[in-house]
Write a protein of this length. Structure first.
Length: 179
């Protein structure tokens, strides 16, 4: 049972109800993670705004999904691993690709470098070594992309931490944290 209940659109104020209706129109449903964030409308709006901004960045939808999986794995967020495993099919990741992304071992060298760098950012709390930065650069991750990866880490850490705190009920096929 979650520690904080998700907000039902029918019980929300007009602004939150409108935001949740927009989420439902875009995704086909309101995931429990976002319905729960609606308890703090500023958190939900911040998440949606950053997510929208990152969708206009240089990373492809597939690369962003690889990052989401790697970050959720690093943060051990079962909810986020479950939702991103389900959504990864839409960007061309098969089940093997998804497991490899979680482990930071994508067959694609650039995706592998992105996932590895993101995991370092998470695990080292941003204090990536000079060698870690040099390795990222050698793999083709320039300064702008490094910061875009950090922004993705921030986005997904918000939901990873929120879902772990709340113990959000998983409303997608459940994925185990352990690889």
């Amino acid at each position: 049972m979650p520690r904080i209940a998700p907000v039902a659109a029918s019980n929300a104020d007009a602004k939150v109800a409108s935001t949740l209706a927009q989420v439902k129109a875009n995704l086909g449903k309101v995931p429990n993670a976002l319905a729960t964030l609606a308890n703090a409308p500023v958190a939900l709006d911040g998440y949606l705004s950053l997510s929208k901004a990152l969708s206009r960045g240089r990373l492809t939808p597939r690369q962003r999904e690889v990052l989401a999986l790697a970050i959720a794995q690093a943060n051990e967020c079962q909810y986020c691993l479950s939702i991103h495993t389900a959504s990864s099919k839409a960007v061309g990741l098969n089940p093997t690709d998804t497991l490899k992304a979680r482990a930071g071992n994508s067959d694609d060298p650039f995706e592998r470098a992105l996932a590895s760098f993101a995991k370092k950012v998470v695990q080292q709390r941003g204090l990536v070594s000079d060698q870690g930065v040099a390795t990222a650069r050698e793999a083709g991750i320039d300064d702008g992309l490094m910061l875009e990866v950090v922004a993705n880490v921030a986005l997904h850490t918000l939901t990873n931490y929120s879902n772990r705190l709340v113990d959000t009920e998983i409303d997608f096929p459940v994925v185990q944290v352990n690889l």
